[in-house]
Write a protein that binds this ligand. Structure first.
Ligand SMILES: NC(=O)c1ccc[n+]([C@@H]2O[C@H](COP(=O)([O-])OP(=O)(O)OC[C@H]3O[C@@H](n4cnc5c(N)ncnc54)[C@H](OP(=O)(O)O)[C@@H]3O)[C@@H](O)[C@H]2O)c1
Length: 294
């Protein structure tokens, strides 16, 4: 079977590298990446982006590159010259322009942090974004640029992703395991709700979107809601780590910390689930697949 050409950004990242390793037999990946020694591409550089995209035979571009350090982003709040705004907003704008000029379909990876976290139920695609910190604000601005374009576009929102193996950037699952292994896991919030995303399944959703040419806005986490405390207990018990996980409180934490924090970022995934031709694993099943290391 001949491989399908696919443009991507952020393909060396936590999610992107898993997509590449699981689908390298199917796609011929071309990553617009700063680290590429032969042809480095900075997505904030409009000319570089246009030059590479206009020479590519690919019909799709999966855009995963982002400034993802939420605390670092908060320290740049309102800074239109800072790296967070440059990468997340200007970078996306450059990719949108180039995809418009060349007729490519853009798949944009976004986040539940576009919401304010005040809803007590999982968020729907029809809920209005109202980001409360700079990372979420820049991702929401980028979503708007994509949605207002003349492109064929798909936006996939996820929350708290984790994979079954350990990657250089620590994820939601491995943060807990490392905390337990070092004996320094802080009390875990029992009043903070989130919607974990199992990356091993999520990369199959990206492939599904490409194969079925799906356009529109979709929530694409596991669809489950967990608290930090329950999630940490699940990991501890499933992997027999023998730790005594303590419960903490986000409300208490916020009394002394000024960085805004969404109380609930769980996502309702009924819309995408109605189309998928495979079942995603439950979070309990996903945690069982964790590959432990020494
Ligand atoms: N991780 C999460 O908790 C989370 C949650 C919800 C949504 N998301 C979204 O999912 C996507 C992927 O996240 P991730 O955690 O996999 O990201 P990540 O591991 O932080 O990787 C980000 C990638 O962006 C690339 N990048 C940054 N600036 C760039 C620039 N100027 N030009 C070209 N490439 C640049 C980086 O390239 P280098 O490796 O060369 O630096 C890196 O490969 C992002 O859009 C993020 O907003 C993530």
């Amino acid at each position: 079977m001949s491989k399908i050409s696919l443009l991507g950004t952020g393909l060396n990242g936590l999610i992107g590298s898993k997509f590449v390793s699981d689908f390298e037999d199917q796609y011929d990946f071309d990553n617009l990446d700063l680290r590429n020694p032969v042809r480095p591409v900075d997505i904030t550089n409009e000319k570089q982006v246009m030059s590479v995209i206009s020479q590519s035979p690919a019909n799709f571009l999966v855009h995963m590159a982002a400034y993802t350090d939420v605390t670092g982003a908060w320290q740049q709040s309102g800074d239109l010259n800072g790296p967070c705004y440059s990468v997340n907003v200007k970078g996306t704008e450059n990719l949108v322009k180039a995809c418009e000029a060349t007729g490519k379909h853009l798949i944009y990876l976004s986040t539940a942090y576009v919401f304010d976290g005040e809803k007590t139920e999982p968020y729907l695609e029809t809920d209005t974004p109202n980001p409360i910190e700079w990372y979420g604000q820049t991702k929401a601005m980028a979503e708007e640029i994509v949605q207002k374009s003349s492109l064929n576009w798909t936006i996939l929102r996820i929350d708290m992703p984790f994979r079954n193996d350990r990657f250089e950037k620590i994820d939601t699952l491995h943060r807990v395991i490392e905390g337990i292994k070092s004996g320094k896991l802080y009390p875990q919030f029992g009043d903070h709700h989130f919607g974990p995303t199992y990356i091993n399944d999520f990369v199959k959703i990206i492939d599904f979107i490409i194969r079925h040419n799906m356009t529109g806005l979709f929530h694409a986490s596991s669809g489950e809601t967990w608290t930090d405390f329950e999630f940490a207990k699940l990991i501890n018990e499933t992997l027999n780590l023998g730790f005594n996980v303590q419960e903490g409180s986000l409300a208490k934490y916020l009394e002394t910390n000024s960085r805004p924090y969404q109380k609930n970022t769980a996502l309702n995934i009924d819309k995408i689930k109605a189309s998928l031709d495979f079942e995603q694993k439950s979070i309990k099943e996903a945690v069982k697949e964790t590959i432990l290391w020494d």
